[in-house]
Design a protein around this ligand. Sequence first.
Ligand code: ADP
Length: 408
Amino acid sequence: MAKSIQFRTVALFCAAAAVLLVGCFAAVYVLFEREVRNQLDRQLSETAAPVIADQIADPDERDVDQLNLPDAYFEVLDGAGKVTQRSKNLKSDLPLSLTKVGRLPVSTSFETVSMPDVGELRTAIIPFEIAGKMWALAVGTPTRHARGALSTFTAFAVLLFALSLALMAVVSTFYARKLELVVGQLRQFVSDASHELKTPLSVLRGETELLLSRPRSSEEYEQALHIMESELKTMSRIVEGLFTLSMADAGQLRFAPEPVCVDDVLEESIALATPFANSRGIRIERKLQNGIVLPGNAAFLRQLFLIFIDNAIKYSPAQRLLRVSLAAGSEVRVSFEDQGIGIANEHRRMIFERFFRVTNTDDVETQSGGLGLAIAQAIVTAHGGSIECESELGVGSIFTVRLPFASR
Ligand code: ADP
C-alpha cells in the first residue's frame, strides 16, 4: 500500500512531465519545420528570379538546357505544362502534379516531390509571361539538408526528453519517499491516538452500562461518577496534547516571546504539583537561582515544567525525593532529578516519541496519554532549547532542560 503511494506519485509526476515535454516538443517541431520550409521556398524563389529574367530578356535562347548547378534543378514549361527545357542534371522530368493536370498555376506554387536518382526535392513552379503567352519555370532543390536539421533537432529533443524524465524520476522518488514516510507516521499517529482513546472510552461505556443495568444507591452513583470523571480527564489530556502536537507539527506552536521569570514559573509549577506529590509521599526539594529572566511563553513553560515534575512523581516509589534546580550561565539550565524507577538505555531514545511508554501503569491518575515528553520536546524546540536525559534503572533519572537567553 505504502509502496504503491511512492510508485503512483513517481508515475504521476513522470507522466505529467512526459505529456508536457511531448506537447512542447511537438509545438516547437511544427514551428521549426514550417520555418525551414519557408526558408527553402524563399531560397527557390531567389534562385529562379535571374533565370526567369534571362528567359524574358531572350526567349529564344535555350539557357536552361545548359544549366548544371549543384543541388538546383530547372525546367521550363509551356502554357499546357509541357516541359520545353530541362537542366542537364535532370535525367527525367520533375514529377510535378501540374503536369498531370495539364495547365500552369496562376501564381507561384510549391510542392515536394521525390525522384529515384536525386531523392526528395522541394520545388517551386513560378509562372511568367512572354509576349502574352504564359510560361513557368520549375526549380527544385533537395530537402536533405533541411531534413538533416530536423533530425538533429529530433535527436536532441529525444535526449533532452530522456534526461528530463530521468531527473523527474529521481526528484519525484525523493519527494515520494518523504511523502510515504509522513503518511506512515500519520497513520501510526492516528492508530495510536485512537488506541489511547479507546481505553478510557470503553471504561466509560462499561461504567454507564453497569450503572443503568439496575437501580443503584447514591453512593454507587457517586463512585461511578468519580471513575467517569477521571476517565474524562484522561481523554481531555490526550485531546489537548494531540492539539498541541498538531500545532507544533504545522509549525504553529509560535508565540510572541515575552520576558519570563523562570524561577517564578517553576515555583508555580511546583505549587500546582504539590497535592499530587503529597498524595504519593514525594518530597520536592528546590535549589533555584533567583531573578532569571528569558524570552519565552510563561504558559508553555509552566506546562513544560509540570510534565517533568508529574513524571518524576509518577515514576517514583513513595517517600522518595525530587530535586528541582535552576541555574544560569550562558544559558538557563533547569533539571529535575528523581529517585524513581529509572529508564533503561534502550528505551531512553524512544521516550520522546508520541505514545511511547516503558511501563503501562494502571493508575488512572498517572496516565497522561504517553504524550508528555513529546509535548515537552515541542515546547523546548519552540523556545530554541534542548532536553537531556540521564538515567539508571532502579536509581533514578535526571531530565535537564537548556533554554537560550536569546530570543528565537
Ligand atoms: P506518560 O508519562 O504519559 O507515559 P511521557 O511521554 O511523559 O508519557 O513519558 C513517556 C515514558 O517515559 C513514560 O511512559 C515512562 O515510561 C518514561 N518516563 C518519563 N519520565 C520518567 C521518569 N522520570 N522516570 C522514569 N520513567 C520515565
